[in-house]
Design a protein around this ligand. Structure first.
Ligand code: ARG
Length: 510
């Protein structure tokens, strides 16, 4: 391969990186350095560079470099002394930090330059049998999986807060709404568990995304593999991946793991936005008081206590949806195998995971500290004749066809509004059925159906709001929470073990 002399010289000796000393640039290390000077960007330098944003994957890149160098040495591709020098340089670069990196198109190039600065041309052997294409894909997966586990942890926290709420508010009746109108009485516990169940599925989605993210592209090189005898399983192991990606072209091209992760985060944020909206509405009605730590006041209206944190949780769903859209739009129609557009993909996922994880933690804290106002809730529970369905059910259980029962209760509601009682129902029954209610039910049954507490207690079907039904749901929720906590711990332990193993391997060289 030919090396043109650098156009700009740049003050560097073009042969300085030529380890075999013949000045033809045929050494791995020198070739990249010389050619990079020619293509260092000119006016578009900043536009081309992702170095600042790559701080997010600085530690990941160092881990990937270490695992790769250890593998290259084990495979006899790089000698032990050189591997030791490169690994020592990497330790030094880590200590100096991302800010101290030399200029470069990205963190991968900058770290390599910093290695060569310290080791000399042999430092360039680090990039043997790989490309930045497999390198960056590996770094993103390595970093993202850790962030996904933090998001999983945040969902567990939120679920824990909701389970506690369910436990302590099992008997706290409240109005349930459809179309934002009072519909049927339920309990705060039942409401809380409705979100806990949805969040449990968000946890699952994040864990699924983790499991598909946690495969190693490393060794795919640019996309077409490498003639070097690399051990891809070994680097995957050293980095704590569950395995390697089967196809090298897929390994460098695919960003579906970012789509899946960001979609899971957008779904989580959407679920939380509903929870936040409910709390905003409930706070407005005096059903619940958000703790001062999760509220703020007005700069002009001294009496105000606003549930701002929940409004911001609600808004994060917009950010996450925008991120997912940005990501999909960036990826749409990209041809195989690598295109620089991919450099813009990660940002969408990083912003989504940071924004949504934080929103999840805030929502968890707001729920854990909220005070439910039992008295206000009890008064509100029967508003808008919310027990109407229960009365119709009581008639239907006594043998009236449900549609007819529905008609009887509807006409009572029309006549008496919110003040339906046994007498107004009796009048409606005579009108509609042409017979007395007492042909079907006694007064006590109707009065019980009209009572919000009794109404809730009667709905004891599986998944219903009756306290016994809720008790079963709490058991399930606790079991699932424990299982998902184990799933999280298992994955974190696997990562920690790999980190320790890689560290131990590196120790043997330096
Ligand atoms: N900074 C690049 C990215 O994030 C690294 C890969 C560069 N590869 C290339 N063929 N230019 O995607």
């Amino acid at each position: 391969m030919t090396e043109e002399p650098t156009a700009n010289g740049g003050g560097n000796d073009p042969a300085a990186g030529d380890s075999n000393g013949d000045g033809d640039g045929s050494d791995d290390g020198s070739e990249g350095v010389v050619r990079r000077e020619r293509f260092s960007g000119g006016p578009a330098r900043g536009f081309l560079s992702s170095l600042a944003a790559d701080e997010r994957i600085f530690a990941a890149d160092l881990a990937v470099d270490r695992a790769h160098v250890v593998m290259l040495e084990e495979q006899g591709i790089v000698d032990e002394a050189t591997a030791g020098e490169i690994l020592a340089a990497l330790a030094d670069i880590e200590d100096a930090g991302h800010q101290a990196l030399p200029d470069g198109e990205d963190v991968h190039e900058a770290i390599e330059t910093a290695v060569i600065d310290r080791v000399g041309p042999d430092g360039g052997r680090m990039h043997t049998a790989r490309s930045r294409n497999d390198e960056v894909a590996t770094c993103i997966r390595y970093r993202l999986r850790e962030d996904l586990l933090s998001a999983v942890e945040a969902t567990l926290e939120a679920r824990g807060a909701l389970i506690e709420t369910a436990e302590s508010e099992r008997e706290t009746v409240m109005p349930g709404f459809t179309h934002l109108q009072p519909a049927q009485p339920t309990t705060v516990a039942h409401w809380a568990l409705s979100y806990e169940r949805e969040l449990a599925r968000e946890t699952d989605r994040l864990l699924d995304a983790y499991d598909r993210t946690n495969h190693s592209p490393l060794g795919a090189a640019a996309f077409a593999g490498t003639p070097f005898d690399v051990d891809r399983e070994r680097t995957a192991d050293l980095l704590g991946f569950d395995g390697t990606m089967d196809n090298a072209m897929d390994a460098v091209s695919a960003r579906d793991f970012l789509v899946e992760s960001t979609a899971a985060l957008a779904s989580l944020a959407t679920t939380l936005s509903g929870l936040a909206e409910d709390v905003v509405i409930y706070a407005n009605k005096g059903y619940v008081e958000v703790d001062d730590a999760y509220a703020s006041t007005s700069s002009i209206m001294p009496q105000k206590k606003n549930p701002d944190t929940l409004e911001l949780v609600r808004a994060r769903a917009g950010d996450a949806a925008a991120g997912l859209n940005g990501l999909l739009t960036t990826l749409k129609g990209l041809p195989r195998a690598y295109n620089r557009d991919l450099q813009r993909a990660g940002g969408h996922a990083w912003r989504a995971i940071d924004g949504v994880s934080e929103a999840t933690e805030v929502a968890a804290g707001a729920i854990a500290t909220a005070e439910w106002n039992d008295a206000v809730l009890a008064d509100a529970a029967g508003e808008g004749f919310s027990t109407a369905t229960g009365v119709a059910d009581a008639l239907a259980m006594a043998g009236v066809p449900f549609r007819t029962a529905h008609e009887v209760v509807a006409s009572a509601a029309e006549a008496a509004g919110d003040d339906v009682d046994f007498e107004t129902l009796e009048a409606a029954a005579r009108d509609t059925l042409g017979e007395s209610l007492s042909a079907y039910v006694d007064r006590e049954t109707i009065e019980s159906a009209l009572d919000p507490v009794e109404s809730v207690a009667s709905r004891d079907s599986a998944g219903g709001p009756a306290p016994e039904a809720v008790a079963e749901q709490i058991v399930t929720a606790r079991d699932d929470h424990a299982a998902d906590t184990d799933a999280l711990d298992e994955r974190r332990t696997a990562i920690d073990d790999a980190v320790a193993e890689l560290q131990a391997e590196v120790q043997t060289y330096v």
